[in-house]
Design a protein around this ligand. Sequence first.
Ligand SMILES: Nc1ncnc2c1ncn2[C@@H]1O[C@H](COP(=O)(O)OP(=O)(O)OP(=O)(O)O)[C@@H](O)[C@H]1O
Ligand SMILES: [Mg+2]
Length: 343
Amino acid sequence: MAHEPRDPTGGLDRPVAPDADEHERRLEAALRPRHLDEFVGQQRVRGQLELMLSSARLRERAADHVLLSGPPGLGKTTLAMIVAAEMGAPLRVSSGPAIQHAGDLAAILSSLTEGEVLFLDEIHRMSRPAEEMLYMAMEDFRVDVVVGKGAGATSIPLELPPFTLVGATTRAGLLPGPLRDRFGFTGHLDFYAPQELELVLRRSSALLDVELSGAGYAQIASRSRGTPRIANRLLRRVRDWALVKGIDRVDARAADDALSMYDVDERGFDRLDRAVLEALCRTFGGGPVGLSTLAAAVGEETETIETVAEPFLLREGMIGRTPRGRVATAAAWEHLGLTPPDV
Ligand SMILES: Nc1ncnc2c1ncn2[C@@H]1O[C@H](COP(=O)(O)OP(=O)(O)OP(=O)(O)O)[C@@H](O)[C@H]1O
Ligand SMILES: [Mg+2]
């Protein structure tokens, strides 16, 4: 089993990190939409989920098992909690890494009540024996509990009340087929459009008691990398800035000033991203240049460049990967205010 953290190099102190530490996760709880109609964007997943939950309510049955996949900070945990709230059902929370033995899972499953929602975060990190127990529990609402050891061990079948499993994963590809197949509903969350993030920000600013102009919201949204978690984090920093500076209403200019202070530019690139682009264009004439050479020029670990900076630069079409190394695209030159060389 892979147990390495998602971002082995840290990087959580970046204002635009997609992950959140424990402290931030507690702050996030206050901003979490409780019901489906407060959940912004993700039109398709939201519509499908709404249909499925309404049908379960009409039939007075536990809803089908739900699998939510997608990058960090896009709303998987939020949706899991919404499933329980919409069903008026109690919620039990655990996670793959917390379930290392089948017995851990048996203990949770055997204490579920009828209709309860069991949220298993990072479900791809569960141990194999637990996973196999989960197959049977999901399909037949039954588990075999093994009592005793060695030759004297017996397995006792145990009936479970109907429950709804909500699994979340950032790595859907790591889930074994048989587990994936047992979910009645699979929702993949994608990055948000800037207009959707503006709606997230409007809702959050009311809760954080900070006032912005329309253009102020747009400034933050465009720097948030399609991710509500980052939008909410930048909003908190803008709120702090406005409070200290005694600004009542944050307009585009003020938002820009605040976020520049945190080194987040108008496309959501931070200092590390820009250092990579600068090295690629200025030092290496646009490439191609090997990853380790690029990393040395920036003064970072190869791994940091590859896992922390590169994914977003690739997504934004700033750099390309070729067999001979990394190259800058025309967009990268333009972003730095440079003229690309003639080729
Ligand atoms: N559609 C949305 N509307 C409003 N707020 C949202 C939405 N999606 C996410 N958020 C907010 O973004 C923050 C992060 O969301 P959440 O914790 O659900 O992400 P996640 O997908 O579970 O991330 P991770 O993979 O790191 O666990 C929360 O504060 C949440 O309220
Ligand atoms: Mg989560």
